[in-house]
Design a protein around this ligand. Structure first.
Ligand code: DX5
Ligand code: ZN
Length: 221
């Protein structure tokens, strides 16, 4: 059984509150908070996502799955730790050296020892580049689209990266979640699960459905 993390990036203006309540009732496992700084990716959702995350924190106990698509990772960690996320994921490509990656992993753990640590990689980043960090983190977020916006088509080649990662963690007895993010819907979910992801992020497919529970149940199967 996989878990579903619903991306709230494309929630309709003015319908935020009812959408968040309905997603909780529809049994999403996480709220996926897509933080974009207008530098690492073109769009800037920083302020909006901080507001949404703070609001969700007040009305729901569901865990927040914060996906930082930002250049200044430490600044964003400081800002988003305030909403007590279950996990904070930063991009490998936002770090200039492996020392910086280890420093950020430690920074999250020291600042908030209840918050898990995730690292995300873009479609063009080789899966091997993440291996040395796996023993120190809780989740690897494999982007199945280019980060930066919702509603894109899943890039099939990225499924091979999930398969390789799954094989690697099994061969090396590493306990870690594999989250897939981007273009996941009823048509693509089966291949993503078969590849080995155990947490699926979905935004457009869920938010466009008229019954969140039905589609979330379907995606989980
Ligand atoms: C893209 C985000 C994804 C995206 C998922 O940069 O990281 O979480 O919002 O949305 P869909 O499911 O519409 O691809
Ligand atoms: Zn995301």
């Amino acid at each position: 059984m996989v878990e579903i993390s619903t991306s709230i990036l494309s929630v309709k203006k003015g319908e935020e509150s009812s959408t968040f309540f309905e997603l909780e009732a529809g049994k999403t496992d996480y709220f996926h908070i897509d933080v974009m700084d207008g530098k690492f990716v073109e769009k800037n959702t920083y302020k909006k996502m901080l507001e949404y995350a703070s609001y969700i924190k007040r009305i729901s106990n569901l865990p927040l799955d914060v996906h930082l698509m930002v250049e200044n990772v430490k600044e964003a960690i400081n800002d988003f730790l305030s909403v007590e996320p279950n996990i904070i994921t930063f991009h490998l490509e936002a770090c200039k050296s492996k020392e910086e990656v280890f420093e950020i992993i430690k920074y999250i753990k020291i600042k908030e020892n209840n918050c898990k640590v995730g690292i995300s990689i873009k479609p063009d980043t080789k899966i091997e580049e993440i291996y040395e960090f796996l023993p120190y983190i809780h989740m690897c977020l494999v982007m199945t689209v280019e980060p930066g916006k919702g509603g894109q088509t899943l890039i099939k080649d990225t499924l091979k990266k999930i398969e390789e990662l799954k094989r690697y963690i099994e061969n090396n007895n590493i306990e870690i979640d594999i989250e897939a993010d981007g273009g996941i819907n009823l048509a693509t979910a089966p291949d993503v699960k078969k590849a080995g992801a155990n947490i699926l992020v979905s935004g457009t497919a869920i938010l466009m459905a008229n019954d969140f529970k039905v589609i979330i149940d379907e995606l989980k199967k």
